[in-house]
Design a protein around this ligand. Structure first.
Ligand code: GTP
Ligand code: MG
Length: 473
C-alpha cells in the first residue's frame, strides 16, 4: 500500500516536472519570437528615421535656371513648365501632376523629347523606380516623382528646338528677293569667273546688308578665291552662308529672366518700330511659361499707347502700371518696378514712347528712365532692347548706331521681317554693332515673335545648301 503510494507520488512529480519543462520551453520560444519581432521593428524604424538625401519634387526653376532655393510663394501663378516644354504636352514624369500647368497662351514653343532634356542634365535623376524593399539603406531608397537637384553648371538647360520651317514663311520676302537672286547666279554654273564675282557684288550691295558688311564679305571672298584658287560656285555659296552664321552669332549667353527678381527689361526705339507689339508678344510668351509679368506704360506721350498696352495686358493676363497722360515716363517705370517688387512679379517690361534718335532731349529722357529704374531696383534695367523695323533697311543700321551712342543697348529686336525684302539688314546690324539680336518679329500674331537663333535664321533664309557645297576656308 505504502509502496503503491510512493509509485503514484513519483509519477505525479515526473508529470509535474514534464509540464513545468514544457511551459518553460514554451515561454522561451515566445520570448525569442518577441525579441525577433522587436529587432525587426527597430530595423525598419531606423531605416525610416535615418536622414534622407536632399531630394525633392522637381520645380520649374530647376529647369529654368531660376531661384531654385526659394519656395514658390503661394500667390504665384502655378508653374511647372519650362520654356521648352509646351504647356499642352504632358509634363515630364518628374513634375508632379498637381503642379502641371494650364496652358496660358497658344504660342508656347513646342515640346522637346524628354530624353533630350534629360541628356543635358547629368546630375538629374528623374526616377520612377520600383519600391525598395524594407531595410535597405535609406540613401538607396528611390522615390518616384522625386528629382535630385542638379548642381553647379550642369543644371538642366533648355534644349533648343530647331525652328527653321516655322521661320520660312516669315522670311519669304527677303528669301525671294536678294537671296533668290544670289542663288540664281550660281545655278548651272560650273566654274566661278570674274563676271560672276561682279554679279555677286551687285546683289550684296543692293541687299540692305549695308555697304561696309557687303564689302567686307566680298573682299574676304576674293582673298579666299585667290589663295585657294577655288572655282566652285557651290563652295562660294557655302562660304557666304557660313559667314552669315558667324556674323549673326554673338558670344552672349541666353537671356535668363530669372537672374533678377524682378527682371527689368526696357524697350526703346523709333516711332512705330513695333515696341508695344513686341512687349505684348513677349509678355504672352513669358506668362505662358509661368512667369508673372508687369507692363510699365512708359509711353505717356500718347494716351492711345497706354490703352494699347492695357489691351495686351488684359489679353495675356499681365498687370499694367500706368501714369498720367503726358507725365514723366521715369516715374511710371519707378512705380512699376516698386510694385513688381512688392507683388512678387518676375519680369517688368517697360514700354517707352517712340523717338527719333536725333532728338537730344528725348534721348536724355530715356537715360533718365534708366537711372530711375536703377533707383527702384539695384541693377535695373537688366536689359535694354532696341526695337528696329526691318522695313527701314539700311537706315536701321544708322538708327541703331545713334541709339547705342546714348543708351547702353544690350539686345536688338528686329520686327516686320515678314513685310520686307530688306531682311539682310540684320547682317549689317549684327556685324557693325556686335549687339545680339534677341528676337525677330515675323508677323503680327502673338506667336510671330521668335527667339533669334543664327543658324536657324540663315538656314531659313538661304535654304538648303546646293549639292556639292563645301567650305572654302
Ligand atoms: N507685319 C508685322 N507687323 C508688325 C510686327 N511688329 C509690329 N507690327 C505692327 O507694327 C505696327 C506698329 O507697332 P507698335 O507696336 O504700335 O509700334 P511702337 O513702336 O510701339 O509704336 P510707337 O509707340 O508709336 O512708337 C502695328 O500695326 C503692329 O501690328 C511684325 O513683326 N510684323
Ligand atoms: Mg508703342
Amino acid at each position: 500500500m505504502e509502496g503503491g503510494f510512493h509509485t503514484d507520488l513519483v509519477a505525479a512529480l515526473v508529470a509535474l516536472g514534464g509540464l513545468a519543462g514544457l511551459t518553460g520551453l514554451a515561454l522561451y520560444a515566445i520570448r525569442r519570437a518577441k525579441a525577433a519581432r522587436r529587432r525587426q521593428i527597430e530595423e525598419v524604424g531606423a531605416a525610416v528615421a535615418a536622414p534622407r538625401p536632399k531630394r525633392r519634387a522637381l520645380r520649374p526653376e530647376d529647369v529654368e535656371g531660376g531661384a531654385a532655393e526659394a519656395e514658390p510663394p503661394a500667390s504665384k501663378t502655378p508653374l511647372s513648365t519650362a520654356p521648352w516644354l509646351a504647356p499642352s504636352q504632358p509634363s515630364p514624369a518628374s513634375v508632379s501632376p498637381a503642379a502641371a500647368p494650364e496652358p496660358v497662351s497658344p504660342e508656347a514653343p513646342g515640346p522637346v523629347p524628354r530624353e533630350a532634356l534629360l541628356s543635358k542634365a547629368s546630375t538629374a535623376v528623374l526616377s520612377i523606380e520600383p519600391a525598395t524593399p524594407v531595410g535597405r539603406p535609406p540613401s538607396r531608397v528611390p522615390s518616384p516623382l522625386l528629382v535630385e537637384k542638379p548642381r553647379g553648371p550642369e543644371r538642366l538647360m533648355p534644349v533648343r528646338k530647331r525652328d527653321v520651317a516655322a521661320l520660312v514663311p516669315g522670311l519669304e520676302p527677303t528669301r525671294s528677293g536678294w537671296v533668290k537672286r544670289l542663288g540664281q547666279l550660281f545655278a548651272g554654273k560650273k566654274e566661278l569667273d570674274p563676271v560672276l564675282l561682279d554679279e555677286i557684288e551687285k546683289v550684296l550691295l543692293t541687299a540692305d546688308i549695308g555697304v561696309r558688311t557687303s564689302q567686307k564679305l566680298l573682299s574676304e571672298l576674293r582673298e579666299f578665291l585667290d589663295k585657294k584658287a577655288i572655282k566652285d560656285p557651290a563652295a562660294v555659296w557655302g562660304y557666304l552662308r557660313r559667314r552669315s552664321v558667324e556674323i549673326l552669332t554673338m558670344d552672349a549667353p541666353a537671356i535668363d529672366f530669372a537672374a533678377a527678381q524682378p527682371f527689368v527689361l526696357l524697350i526703346i526705339g523709333v516711332n512705330g518700330s513695333g515696341k508695344t507689339t513686341t512687349i505684348g508678344k513677349l509678355a504672352s510668351k513669358l506668362q505662358s511659361e509661368g512667369k508673372k509679368v508687369l507692363l510699365a506704360a512708359g509711353d505717356t506721350f500718347r494716351a492711345a499707347a497706354t490703352e494699347q498696352l492695357e489691351v495686351w495686358g488684359a489679353k495675356v493676363g499681365a498687370l499694367v502700371v500706368r501714369g498720367k497722360d503726358g507725365g514723366d515716363p521715369s516715374s511710371v517705370v519707378f512705380d512699376g518696378v516698386k510694385r513688381a517688387r512688392s507683388e512678387d512679379i518676375d519680369v517688368v517690361i517697360a514700354d517707352t514712347a517712340g523717338r527719333l534718335h536725333t532728338k537730344k532731349n528725348l534721348m536724355e529722357e530715356l537715360q533718365k528712365v534708366r537711372r530711375v529704374a536703377g533707383k527702384a531696383l539695384d541693377g535695373a534695367p537688366h536689359e535694354t532692347w532696341l526695337v528696329i523695323d526691318a522695313t527701314s533697311g539700311q537706315n536701321a543700321i544708322a538708327q541703331a548706331q545713334e541709339f547705342t551712342k546714348d543708351m547702353s543697348v544690350t539686345g536688338i529686336v528686329l520686327t516686320k521681317l515678314d513685310g520686307t525684302a530688306k531682311g539682310g539688314v540684320i547682317l549689317g546690324i549684327a556685324d557693325q554693332l556686335r549687339i545680339p539680336v534677341r528676337y525677330i518679329g515675323v508677323g503680327e500674331r502673338v506667336e510671330d515673335l521668335r527667339e533669334f537663333e543664327a543658324e536657324d535664321f540663315v538656314e531659313a533664309l538661304f535654304g538648303e545648301a546646293p549639292t556639292g557645297t563645301e567650305d572654302v576656308s
